[in-house]
Write a protein that binds this ligand. Structure first.
Ligand code: HEC
Ligand code: HEC
Ligand code: HEC
Ligand code: HEC
Ligand code: HEC
Ligand code: HEC
Length: 279
């Protein structure tokens, strides 16, 4: 008898608890719908309904997501956190472009990964930390794009429907040398850079060089200064003549060694001619 009484009491308490619990819900909070809200494939990258594709189609607007998933994406009224999958949060710089190592493409905005593909191109060649694969000082984003300090920086994704990065040259491409004032131009259709200091628009440089962003090795030794056909980098004009590549070091010893190799890439294409042994 006593056991049955306890059992009934528990059932009654549970029912009361449930009703009481429901009445706790504040009616001034907007609740997100509770089941299968986004439809099939929302978390499957190969589905047409994948959330990444939906965000791209909405000009990369995350404000809508935040309205239900919380300002810090940790759940909100939807009670599903973005951060369980996006461990540094969806606004981290490599969510939409870049990878685990860097924030520049690859991958591009629409998933390209090859250096012959739009959006990827020669990013790596300009910026990789692998010095064997790089010919120059590291080129910062600001040398080719407007500076971006955060996801919501007004310079970042424009709100007028433009969804492709613009190329805006920084200071190095415009470096003035004796008698030469560069006028750098990015041609989006041809995917080429012309008139840049970096690729030859300087005193004794090959001033008409056009570099193609999607053509690997279009900037090999001799293309920016020297002879593009033979690959001999010795500049023409008023530069001292008749020096072989293994003798550059005699006058540019901080940059080159006696084997004709660039030993300090941070001093090559840095905007100044490094002359002498120590600078
Ligand atoms: C179940 C795991 C999961 C959850 C939860 C999740 N995502 Fe994603 N998200 C992914 C995957 C997987 C990708 C694709 C990654 C890739 O392609 O490298 C992705 C890609 C993205 C992208 C990049 C889109 C692109 O085309 O490059 C954005 C932006 C994004 N998610 C935002 C969000 C936001 C905002 C939330 C929360 C409201 C969220 N995600 C929740 C798994 C998730
Ligand atoms: C009106 C509210 C609302 C908005 C806006 C909203 N979500 Fe959700 N989301 C929900 C709810 C509710 C759930 C949980 C139910 C479900 O899984 O369908 C959910 C679940 C999810 C999940 C997990 C789905 C799964 O199957 O695991 C992801 C990922 C997600 N949302 C991403 C996003 C992204 C990205 C955006 C912005 C483009 C967004 N949501 C906008 C309400 C919303
Ligand atoms: C040497 C110049 C250069 C540098 C340095 C550079 N970019 Fe770019 N970037 C480009 C060019 C060129 C494009 C292609 C634009 C186009 O196709 O319209 C581009 C495109 C992009 C795109 C769009 C990709 C797409 O899918 O269309 C992103 C994102 C981007 N860059 C990010 C970065 C970031 C982040 C950095 C620094 C870590 C950086 N870039 C440094 C030249 C550069
Ligand atoms: C939700 C996706 C997304 C995230 C997260 C994101 N970006 Fe971008 N980023 C883009 C898109 C889209 C573009 C090209 C469109 C544009 O700039 O108008 C772009 C372009 C860029 C560019 C090229 C310059 C430009 O504005 O065109 C730089 C640099 C850049 N992003 C840096 C960053 C940095 C730094 C972060 C982290 C603080 C970041 N991005 C996070 C989507 C994203
Ligand atoms: C005998 C000395 C000497 C040798 C050897 C020498 N250079 Fe130079 N180089 C100079 C001087 C001097 C300048 C101009 C420095 C200045 O403007 O401050 C210069 C400038 C340059 C410039 C900038 C363009 C210009 O002409 O102002 C380049 C590029 C260059 N040298 C490449 C080379 C290469 C490559 C080699 C080897 C094949 C080489 N130099 C060998 C003396 C030399
Ligand atoms: C993408 C264009 C480009 C290519 C390719 C290039 N250079 Fe240069 N080089 C420059 C520019 C620009 C300068 C002018 C000085 C500066 O800004 O460093 C320069 C200067 C030099 C100098 C003078 C010292 C200095 O200040 O850096 C030497 C030596 C030199 N380059 C050697 C080479 C060698 C060797 C190769 C081939 C392995 C080569 N360069 C390929 C653009 C290039």
């Amino acid at each position: 008898m006593k056991k049955i009484f306890v059992l009934y009491s528990l059932i009654i308490l549970t029912i009361f608890g449930f009703i009481y619990g429901c009445s706790e819900v504040k009616d001034d909070v907007v609740m997100a719908p509770s089941t299968s809200f986004h439809g099939d494939g929302w978390v499957n990258p190969s589905s047409a309904n994948f959330h990444g594709k939906s965000i791209a189609a909405d000009n990369w607007n995350l404000a809508l997501c935040k309205s239900c998933h919380g300002a810090d994406y940790s759940g909100g009224t939807a009670q599903v956190s973005c951060n369980t999958c996006h461990q540094s949060g969806p606004e981290s710089c490599n969510t939409c472009h870049g990878n685990d190592d860097h924030i520049y493409p690859p991958k591009s905005l629409f998933g390209n990964t090859l250096n012959t593909q739009q959006g990827v191109g020669a990013h790596d060649k300009h910026m990789t930390t692998d010095t064997l694969n790089r010919i120059s000082a590291v080129v910062e984003c600001e040398e080719c794009h407007v500076p971006v300090s955060s996801f919501s920086d007004p310079n970042h994704i424009s709100k007028d429907g433009k969804t492709a990065a613009g190329v805006i040259f920084g200071t190095i491409a415009k470096t003035v040398t004796e008698g030469v004032t560069p006028d750098p131009v990015w041609d989006k259709n041809a995917q080429t850079c012309s008139g840049t200091y970096c690729h030859g628009n300087f005193k004794n440089g090959n001033q008409t060089t056009v570099a193609n962003f999607l053509t690997p090795n279009s900037a090999s030794c001799g293309t920016c200064h020297g002879n593009p056909t033979t690959g001999n980098p010795l500049p023409g004009g008023t530069h001292p003549q008749n020096w072989a590549i293994n003798k550059c070091y005699l006058c540019h010893g901080a940059v080159m060694n006696s084997a004709g190799q660039i030993i300090d890439k941070s001093k090559h294409i840095n905007g100044v001619v490094n002359f002498g042994l120590n600078n």
